[in-house]
Design a protein around this ligand. Structure first.
Ligand SMILES: [Zn+2]
Ligand SMILES: [Zn+2]
Length: 274
């Protein structure tokens, strides 16, 4: 009887503590939230501001920008968009509130054990993607979602593969099935490399494994797109396997101000690729 009593008290204390811990907090400022969700109204307003930031080259928002990242040229644009991202990633160390907020959200989506930021981004990206597909006359039922898997090293470090998790969540929200199409064969993490090295590394980091994408329209999910090297390498593999269309989606992409000199290098490079 005594033991039963103690265990009851203990379980009550445990559930009380659990409630304290699981009170929803804003993923950016940490403020307690009055309602269920991930982000407070103030931070949400800044997020909307960040989504309205325009590309310096084509003057469109990240979701509508028609500029291709440096090493991304194999994907199939829809309505002149080579890809769809929610936001432009702010420069590291930037003092702008919107830049700081986007970096916090992206960082937490990639690393935080608490998956609230990932839930938030998955929902935002699901909505934007569905709306875009419908408006472009695409039937989401004809599409699948896949992703470039992370390195073993990374998965061990953080305990999860953030791209796979995001793909699963987006699949849940959109009803578009997620499939695992790749195996990681290289072990070097992209973020440690310079842009040219990224391209070379991406080309030999993945191989097809698992689901056969032949005849499918594929949403290729990469959480952050910087040079586009990973997306390009994966697109090549999907195309070689007979995928009908490959369209990349991402939470964030770097804002790229293309210098004239660089553009020349790129077109020369593309010429060689043909
Ligand atoms: Zn907040
Ligand atoms: Zn642009």
């Amino acid at each position: 009887m005594q033991a039963y009593h103690i265990s009851l008290i203990l379980s009550r204390i445990a559930s009380f503590l659990l409630r304290l811990v699981s009170v929803p907090k804003c993923i950016v400022c940490g403020e307690l939230l009055e309602r269920e969700g991930e982000i407070c109204p103030d931070c949400l307003a800044i997020w909307e501001e960040a989504r309205a930031v325009r590309c310096p080259k084509c003057l469109k928002t990240a979701a509508a920008c028609s500029c291709r990242p440096r090493f991304m040229f194999l994907t199939d644009p829809i309505q002149s968009r080579p890809m769809l991202s929610l936001i432009f990633l702010g420069k590291p160390g930037s003092k702008e509130t919107a830049d700081r907020l986007t970096r916090i959200i992206v960082y937490k989506t990639k690393r935080s054990e608490d998956r609230s930021a990932a839930n938030f981004c998955a929902r935002e990206l699901s909505l934007t993607t569905l709306r875009f597909l419908y408006r472009s006359g695409e039937n989401p039922r004809e599409w699948i979602i896949t992703y470039p898997p992370g390195t073993k090293q990374r998965i061990r470090k953080y305990g999860f593969d953030q791209s796979k998790q995001l793909a699963k969540k987006i699949s849940k929200y959109t009803g578009i099935p997620w499939m695992s199409c790749f195996k990681r064969i290289g072990h070097t993490m992209q973020k440690t490399l310079s842009s040219m090295a990224r391209r070379a590394n991406a080309e030999c980091s993945y191989s097809l494994h698992g689901y056969n994408p032949a005849g499918k329209k594929v949403l290729l999910l990469d959480d952050v797109i910087t040079t586009g090297a990973t997306v390009n390498a994966c697109t090549r593999l999907l195309r070689e396997a007979g995928a009908e269309k490959v369209f990349p989606i991402s939470i964030a992409r770097t804002k790229r101000v293309v210098a004239a000199a660089r553009r020349t290098t790129q077109s020369r490079f593309m010429y060689h690729m043909k």
